[in-house]
Write a protein that binds this ligand. Sequence first.
Ligand code: ZN
Ligand code: ZN
Length: 198
Amino acid sequence: MSAKSSIRWFSEIIGVAYRYYDLRMNVIPLFRDRKEATKIWNEVVNWWSDSSIKIRFVETEDSNWFIMGSDSMRPDTNMSFFKILPKSKHYERFKKGHGGEAYLRLGTYTKKYKNDVKDDAICDCSHMKEDHDDSEDNDECLYEDCDCKKFESFQLNLYPRKKKKIVTDIKFFQESDVKEDPLTWNCLYVHKYKSQEK
Ligand SMILES: [Zn+2]
Ligand SMILES: [Zn+2]
């Protein structure tokens, strides 16, 4: 077997969040729950040295692939990660603003609704709860130019809370370029092209 087939891929990431207000931008793969995020950190990411971590993005016609992997001091439990994501403005903002490096953290997210939060909580539409209709059956945002109909707030939790890695090997590819990069090529080969060959 070639080295290609020796990569173990973890595909159960549920999304990728970005955070912008630290010294570096944050890339935060999201997992089902705290237990899973903590386990992945302890068994996999913790054993990566910063300089060997690779984060790749591949832009296809209708989606973005997120791909992440690294050499590990514990090869027996090592894994690489990928997730096919819808195009998003957060991704575009990260691509423009990361400046060649990012913090890698792991996390989970929860949705909070109107009755779960205080008046100054921020809705996904960027307006506060108190700017939304406060009647029982209507959450509509009262800003004239906002078409938000329901208060929803995305709450990010980081696990393990204070752990992070610094990633400096971040690359963006178009699908036609993926053969240039072994990790990226392996991912698309295994999860896209191989099944099309049959
Ligand atoms: Zn809103
Ligand atoms: Zn709004």
